[in-house]
Design a protein around this ligand. Structure first.
Ligand code: PAF
Length: 251
C-alpha cells in the first residue's frame, strides 16, 4: 500500500491510472467493522481502492468532540494493508485547506434539519471536505455508510447538483450483535453506557411513537437530541454521558 500525504501527488498518481476503476472510501480514521465493510465493497467492485484518513476539523462544531476523537493511525494503516488497499491518502490540514476554509460547499435545506439543527456548520464542513477529496482522487465510485444517512443523502445531492462524475454508493449500517450501530465514538462509552446503548436502536425499530421513544430513552439515562420520522425512516440522536450517538432505521 502506498501512503501519500500530498494532494497534488495522489492526484497525479490517480490521473496516471489509465485502465480500470478507482473506488474511494473517505474516513476520519479509528477504523472499525463499519469502515471495513465499505472498503471491502470498494475492493470487490474496483481495480484500485483508495482510502483517506483525515480527521476533518471543519465538521466539528464542538472542539471537545474533536479533541476526544479516537486516533489510532498505526493500527489503521495495518488494517488497510491487511485488507489489500492500494493507496492511503493522509493529508495535513494545511495541504487540504490551502484556502484555510474560506471556500465552502453549503447546502441550505436538508443540511439544516436533523443533526444539522444541532450541529451548526457540520454539514458544510463535511460537504467541503468530501468535495475536496473527490476532486483530488477522482474515483469512479465513492462509498458511504447508511449509518450517517443524512450525510449520505447530502453527498449524493452535492454530486448531482455539481454534475460530478462519481457514483455515490450507499452501504448498509453494520451493527454489533446487540444492535448498536458501529461508530468510532462507541470506544468512548463506559461499560455501563455500552450496556444500555443498544436500547437506542431497539426503540428506533419498535412500534412505539417518537414521543414514547423519547420518554423511554430519558428514563434509561439517555439525553435525547431528536427522534424524528421522515418518510419511511426514523432518525435519532442521543447522548450517553458525553458521547453522542446517531442512528436511523427503515420503518
Ligand atoms: O463519515 C465520515 O467519517 C466523515 O464525515 C467523512 C465522510 C470522512 C468526511 O470527513
Amino acid at each position: 500500500m502506498r501512503v501519500i500525504n500530498e494532494p497534488q501527488r495522489i492526484k497525479k498518481e490517480m490521473q496516471e491510472i489509465s485502465a480500470g476503476t478507482i473506488g474511494f472510501t473517505p474516513t476520519m480514521g479509528a477504523l472499525h467493522k463499519g469502515h471495513i465493510s465499505l472498503i471491502k465493497r470498494s475492493l470487490k467492485e474496483n481495480d484500485i481502492s483508495v482510502v483517506s484518513i483525515f480527521l476533518n476539523p471543519t465538521q466539528f462544531n464542538n472542539p471537545e468532540d474533536l479533541k476526544k476523537y479516537p486516533v489510532q493511525t498505526e493500527k489503521d494503516l495495518e488494517i488497510l494493508r491487511d485488507l489489500g488497499v492500494h493507496y492511503c491518502f493522509m493529508p495535513t490540514y494545511k495541504s487540504l485547506y490551502p484556502d484555510n476554509y474560506t471556500y465552502k460547499i453549503e447546502e441550505t435545506n436538508f443540511s439544516r434539519q436533523l443533526c444539522g439543527a444541532y450541529r451548526e456548520g457540520h454539514f458544510t464542513g463535511v460537504l467541503t471536505v468530501v468535495m475536496k477529496l473527490l476532486n483530488i482522487v477522482s474515483p469512479h465510485k465513492a462509498y458511504f455508510g447508511e449509518k450517517d444517512y443524512q450525510q449520505l443523502q447530502l453527498v449524493k445531492g452535492m454530486a448531482k447538483a455539481f454534475f460530478m462524475d462519481v457514483e455515490i454508493v450507499a452501504c448498509p449500517t453494520v451493527r454489533e450483535e446487540d444492535g448498536l450501530a458501529l461508530s468510532s465514538r462507541n470506544k468512548r462509552l463506559t461499560a455501563e453506557e455500552r450496556a444500555i446503548a443498544p436500547l437506542f436502536a431497539r426503540l428506533l425499530k419498535s412500534e412505539k411513537s417518537n414521543d414514547e421513544i423519547k420518554t423511554e430513552l430519558r428514563k434509561n439515562g439517555f439525553k435525547v437530541e431528536y427522534i424524528e420520522t421522515i418518510g419511511n425512516r426514523r432518525f435519532g440522536a442521543v447522548y450517553l454521558g458525553k458521547v453522542r450517538l446517531i442512528d436511523n432505521v427503515e420503518i
